[in-house]
Design a protein around this ligand. Sequence first.
Ligand SMILES: NC(=O)c1ccc[n+]([C@@H]2O[C@H](COP(=O)([O-])OP(=O)(O)OC[C@H]3O[C@@H](n4cnc5c(N)ncnc54)[C@H](O)[C@@H]3O)[C@@H](O)[C@H]2O)c1
Length: 291
Amino acid sequence: MSSFGKIGVVGAGMMGSEIALMFALAGYPTLLSDASRDAAERAVARLHDVLDRGLPRGFWTAEAVETARRQLSVADNLDAYADRDLVVEAVFEDETLKRGLFAKLDAILPADAGLASNTSSISITTLSAAVSEPRRARFVGTHFFSPASRMKLVEVIPTADSDATFVDAVMETMAAIGKTPILVKDVVGFAVNRLLHALVLESIRLVEEGVCSPADIDVACKLGLGHPIGPFELMDNTQNSLSLSVHEILYQAYGERFLPRPLLRQMVAAGYNGRKAGRGWHRYDSDGKRK
Ligand SMILES: NC(=O)c1ccc[n+]([C@@H]2O[C@H](COP(=O)([O-])OP(=O)(O)OC[C@H]3O[C@@H](n4cnc5c(N)ncnc54)[C@H](O)[C@@H]3O)[C@@H](O)[C@H]2O)c1
């Protein structure tokens, strides 16, 4: 096990709960909290289901599952993090909320503890400015991918202030929890979202130009490029409005090459937001099954 002993995760939503699960499965004592104890307890109950379902499918060994159940606990409030060595933040994507949370954690954590953010779009340097100068050396981005219990990649994003030894320890820890970390500079979209949305935007352009249908582009990406899911299926699963807001952020940072597409704007304005809405690039029944 790497140099961090006790782990904290704040935000028990889709990402935070599964990030906590990864640490617990690897044997780290892990505290998880959310805005209320109830919400965190509901998240832990969901994680126990994830473990129950994953075990027969061979995702984890029986021993790791047993360890995870023992190591995962709920914290009532941030004071419980006073003995943590590393705290990962995964609350709503809101800069003011995240900065406020980091300032509070900075005051509570031991001097040598580290902080990490799972933000997808906020600059890690900007977030690190919310903590005291010495803590900035122990502040990093850890960008996990959804679902965090299955996706192997973590983008590790240092800032100019991050201490190299601390960053190495975070990289080692990501490997210790079964992930494959890559080092990425603190730029808008980091590396993966820039790559992904270059593909997504070109896919929408192909549809706008009448070159291919969304269904055929999904097939092309899966059978021709070996992707596990096509770009239109992916947009429908994660909601089209999310892709549009990512394009707006990337466009602001990089200009023309990420110009949001009119067709995507039209779909979002029409409410064709994807699987949950029953209609996006594809159509879905009330159980979310593709028609
Ligand atoms: N969903 C994804 O695919 C994905 C992928 C990578 C990164 N991210 C990033 O991860 C973060 C979390 O995303 P998510 O999809 O898990 O969101 P989510 O809405 O599922 O979960 C966010 C959780 O934060 C909790 N929360 C809000 N304010 C809080 C506070 N003050 N204290 C404690 N908890 C609080 C909410 O109650 C909620 O449970 C965001 O920054 C997001 O951009 C998301």
